[in-house]
Write a protein that binds this ligand. Structure first.
Ligand SMILES: [Zn+2]
Length: 425
């Protein structure tokens, strides 16, 4: 009886902890995401400025045709008035953000204890997965210590190398905290490189050195699990501001803060930080990449969402000198993905022309400052039905898309002679 009573007390305590954890989470009941059509830069700016300057709005996506903006139910009428006065047609893309988050959470509570790709994982689970892989494949894998985050977490990476003298490919993932599909894809891809028996994948695994960082923005990622699913930035406070964090993908020292490619407002989702490399995570990863730049031929930054490959530049609409090759390589990715039974369509173009001006992205920093000639941001699924909250059931199909895309991308880059070894053997 005593045991039963103790069990009850423990059960009660655990339930209380769970309720408390849930209660401390940011909720998005009846928050909607509107897809607003814009005809010119001025109209687009009007919507973007709402997200930047007013509470209750959060920018999900923006390109030259439409803006996706999440709105607090209390601000919905205000937003509708804005769209009416500028005559901007809109549709409701997500009618209740919280219901998407709840559905995602239900998928988390499976009793399957093995690491798989039918749900999203906590940072600790992803780290345990990496440890497992490192222990299982000690001959061909090694741990990369990227550095330490603002909150003191270690940023882990993995190098996969089957032989000496390979050209290298670097994958950065989850620099934006809420883009969970990116780290799910990175871990699946690591597993494929080590376990697949497909000849094309074996070729990919064994003839290139892979440097993969599944979760770069570790603090932000943890925060999306504990507190706010929609968090994007780092977690470093900004002196003199109530707002926390910078956009880590605007923080690198390459045309930093030029051409409205980032914001100087600490409350903005695209706040560039108080100076280049102010975010410890970005300082760490860029220092690491700089130290091995001769070994890297291709840099891929995993993001979501929009289904698009973005090449340099972000700071100007001018074309990079190998623009035609960058487009040919991106087209190969897009064609290969489209050919799969899912028929997922990826577009491609330069960052500044296809999406918006961005400065200080790692993609442009490696291209401009480190001489890595093939560099893309890849915005994963979808195009707005679920946005950042891509249902777990789509993880595996999406991973297959990505593998087909990367196979074709590497093949084309090789054909165009971008995979010659750059370091002394
Ligand atoms: Zn992103």
């Amino acid at each position: 009886m005593k045991v039963f009573r103790e069990a009850l007390i423990i059960f009660g305590f655990l339930t209380a902890c769970l309720v408390f954890a849930e209660a401390s989470k940011e909720r998005y009941d009846n928050f909607k995401v509107l897809k607003i059509k814009t005809k010119n830069a001025r109209q687009r700016q009007v919507i973007e400025e709402l997200a930047e300057n007013m509470k209750g709005f959060n920018l999900w996506h923006s390109d030259d045709k439409e803006v996706h903006i999440m709105v607090n139910p209390q601000k919905l009428i205000y937003l509708q008035n804005v769209t009416r006065s500028y005559q901007l047609p809109f549709q409701v893309m997500v009618s209740n953000v919280q219901s998407l988050i709840d559905a995602e959470q239900r998928a988390q509570s499976t009793d399957d204890l093995s690491f798989g790709w039918t749900r999203y994982y906590l940072l600790a689970d992803i780290e345990a997965f990496l440890d497992d892989i490192l222990a299982k494949y000690p001959e061909v894998t090694s741990h990369i210590d990227i550095g330490t985050s603002y909150e003191g977490r270690k940023i882990h990476g993995i190098k996969i190398s089957y032989k000496q003298g390979n050209p290298g490919i670097f994958i950065e993932s989850n620099i934006h905290a809420r883009e969970w599909i990116t780290s799910a894809t990175a871990t699946w891809f690591i597993n494929q490189l080590l376990t697949s028996t497909d000849t094309d994948v074996r070729d990919l695994a064994e003839n290139y050195d892979w440097y993969i960082v599944p979760v770069l923005n570790v603090d932000g990622f943890v925060y999306t699990h504990t507190t706010d699913r929609m968090w994007r930035k780092t977690r470093q406070p900004v002196e003199g501001s109530r707002c926390i964090g910078a956009d880590p993908n605007r923080n690198s020292d390459s045309h930093w803060m030029e051409s409205n490619g980032a914001s100087s407002n600490p409350c903005s989702e695209t706040f560039a930080g108080i100076q280049p490399f102010s975010e410890p995570e970005i300082k760490a990863v860029t220092d690491y990449v700089a130290s091995i730049k001769e070994r890297i031929n291709i840099y891929l930054a995993f993001h979501s969402y929009s289904q698009v490959l973005l090449s340099p530049y972000g700071h100007t609409t001018e074309h990079a000198d190998n623009h035609d090759d960058l487009m040919a390589v991106a087209k190969a990715y897009s064609d290969a993905v489209k050919a799969l039974p899912y028929g997922t369509e990826y577009t491609y173009g330069t960052s500044a022309t296809s999406m918006y001006f961005t400065t200080g992205s790692t993609r442009d920093w490696v291209y401009n400052e480190q001489g890595i000639r093939i560099s893309y941001t890849i915005e994963f699924r979808d195009t707005g039905r679920y946005g950042f909250i891509l249902p777990p059931i789509q993880i595996l199909p999406h991973c297959e898309d990505t593998l087909a895309g990367i196979l074709a991308l590497v093949k084309k880059a090789k054909e165009l002679k971008y995979l010659e070894v750059k370091y002394a053997l």
